[in-house]
Design a binder for this molecule. Structure first.
Ligand code: DQQ
Length: 579
């Protein structure tokens, strides 16, 4: 069944399909000598976000080197200062005291030396003993896309914003040895300290179609040697980008620095799969003796594995925030329009709302949730409680700005008896295919029910986010969908507007399901069952914009559902200095 079986396809065929599907995604990383697009003259406001992180204009991609240093959060990100398509990549830099309100600074790292002349690609920050931040990043050294690993250090540690960064002359620190593919050799992680006192980093690579996270060791952070065996690898997954490797606390209330490698913890191994452009993770154990990561029994490793987000979310990076003892995740959402649309509007890409990461008490997955600071942007609030929705009913949530809102809702249902059977021929891993058949308007037993976001009054345009519950042999299966297929009346033919989807592994004993959606003009970022499944959609409504956007809750299942509680807030714009 479609993508579920795609593992069986030869990689080149699958890659081709991905490239065709991922409009606007520059997956090939071609090195250009000239500009890839003219600088944006008019930046179009329509579809720009109100409270998601964006630069004033032009292209952005991966978040880089996030860190907390002396009271300030730093976010660097891949940025094209010259146009709205990928290319000319520098590390743009912004700082914040609360992860919400930002000040833009000059780019921190940009091509200038032989070891990064053709690009400064993704990387991470590590705070070394003595409170000394250092950045590791991938430099492109020639037109053949040869990649090396470099470091940069702050020019002035007493500058609270760390505006200027120095790239010392002993760069590059790491070059690919003969057995390593030098064009698939990038994106170093935050370093962690081993029990032997040596630093370790991992970086993304591949050997033929095997995805690899290479492991390097160093005593002094300058001289690095490759550990013969990789930290982890999976056959048939293609190139790995932006790996992330960190501990999560088991039953703890505090999250952990990346160098915590023992105790009551599990390790998370996240990889960004170049072929599919999704971020996958497994939970497992870091065997410190063998320097190997071993996924827990039963974890699916690869294309059918767990994901941070089932939608438009890629190249993410996490960091430990010592100020609040939490781990925070940044992810990039590309546009899902065409490259020529991006050039016309003069911008492309947003950073999604930073999310906290904790281990689900069931130990089998992570829970992701928007950082609490986002709530400071909540403005006008409306509430609804105990509202029953019979089959075919919908209720409008009036009184908030529906194009720029935060909505939290808990639905309940009396019984699961009417749940439709989960057909034995359906693919357990292909939620997206199921959502494409079982849309929000296709009546069911228990569900579909949920929210209708960015909608016109007559539903010419709408992006529903909803649940539907099936009965399998011995348990219920909860499907969550975020359906962009009817989000816009513009240029319907051929645009990529999938119904992104996931199965939610949730206990239904209390017969309740919760949903939170962050709606922001062209972003609908949703969190099902307290962050068990997250789905981000990028949409481009033509009518459901600004004050013409509406928000509804609906039920199209035979079983009546109740809105136990719903709270929606209009979201204010954060302060962004240096506009
Ligand atoms: N983007 C960066 C690379 C990384 C890729 C280049 C992931 O370092 O592998 O802009 O989107």
């Amino acid at each position: 069944m479609g993508f579920g079986k795609s593992q069986l396809w030869p990689l080149p065929v699958f890659l081709m399909c991905c490239l065709i599907l991922n409009h606007g995604v520059e997956a090939l990383h071609k090195v250009y000598e000239n500009l890839q697009s003219a600088s944006a003259v008019n930046v179009k406001d329509l579809h720009r976000t109100g409270y998601h992180f964006q630069p004033l204009k032009h292209w952005i991609n991966d978040p880089n080197g996030p860190m907390y240093f002396n009271g300030i959060y730093h976010l660097f990100y891949q940025y094209n200062p010259k146009g709205a398509v990928w290319g000319n990549i520098v590390w743009a830099h912004s700082v914040s005291k609360d992860l919400i309100n930002w000040e833009r600074l000059e780019p921190a790292i940009f091509p200038s030396k032989s070891f990064d002349k053709y690009g400064c690609w993704s990387g991470s920050a590590t705070i070394l003993p003595g409170n000394k931040p250092v950045i590791l990043y991938s430099g492109i050294i020639d037109k053949n896309n040869t990649q090396v690993q470099n470091y940069a250090v702050p020019a002035n540690l007493s500058d609270p914003y760390l505006q200027e960064w120095i790239k010392p002359d002993d760069n590059p620190l790491i070059v690919a040895d003969k057995s390593v593919n030098k064009t698939a050799f990038r994106d170093p992680t935050t370093a962690w300290l081993g029990k032997d006192g040596e630093w370790r980093i991992t970086l993304g690579s591949r050997h033929k179609d095997k995805g690899i996270s290479l492991l390097y060791k160093s005593k002094d952070f300058i001289n690095w040697t490759r550990v013969k065996k990789p930290l982890h690898s999976v056959d048939g997954t293609g190139n790995w980008e932006c790996p992330d490797f960190f501990p999560v606390s088991v039953q703890g209330t505090k999250e952990l620095d990346t160098s915590v490698i023992e105790g009551n913890i599990k390790h998370v191994m996240k990889i960004s799969l170049d072929a599919t452009r999704y971020d996958y993770y497994t939970l497992g154990k870091y065997n410190t003796k063998k320097d190997k990561y071993i996924p827990d029994k039963g974890m699916v490793d690869g294309w059918n594995g767990l994901r941070y987000d089932r939608g438009n979310f890629y190249a993410s990076k996490s960091f430990f925030d010592p100020a609040k003892n939490r781990r925070i995740l940044w992810g990039w959402a590309n546009e899902s329009d065409y490259v020529h649309d991006d050039v016309k509007k003069g911008w492309a890409g947003v950073q999604l709302i930073p999310r906290t990461i904790v281990l689900d008490p069931n130990g089998k997955q992570l829970l992701l949730w928007p950082v609490e600071e986002l709530e400071t942007l909540r403005g006008k609030k409306v509430e609804l409680t105990n509202k029953k929705l019979e089959k075919g009913e919908q209720v409008e949530i009036n009184g908030v700005s529906a194009a720029q809102a935060d909505v939290e809702v808990t639905f309940s249902f009396g019984s699961l008896d009417k749940a439709e059977p989960f057909h034995s021929s359906w693919d357990r891993y292909d939620a997206q295919k199921l959502c494409s058949h079982k849309g929000s308007t296709v009546h069911g037993g228990v569900g579909p029910f949920g929210l209708i976001t960015l909608a016109t009054e007559k539903l010419e345009e709408f992006t529903p986010v909803f649940f539907r519950i099936f009965k399998d042999q011995d348990k219920h299966v909860v499907l969550m969908c975020s359906d962009a297929s009817r989000s816009s009346l513009a240029d319907k033919k051929g645009t990529y507007r999938p119904s992104f989807a996931g199965f939610v592994d949730v206990d239904l004993t209390d017969k309740k399901l919760s949903l939170r959606s962050l709606i922001d003009h062209s972003v609908v970022e949703s969190f099902g069952a307290n962050g068990k499944v997250c789905i981000t959609s990028r949409v481009y409504p033509t009518l459901a914009t600004y004050n013409n956007a509406h928000l509804y809750a609906f039920n199209n299942g035979t079983e009546a559902v109740k809105i136990e509680s719903l709270t929606a807030w209009s979201m204010n714009k954060p302060q962004v200095m240096n506009q």
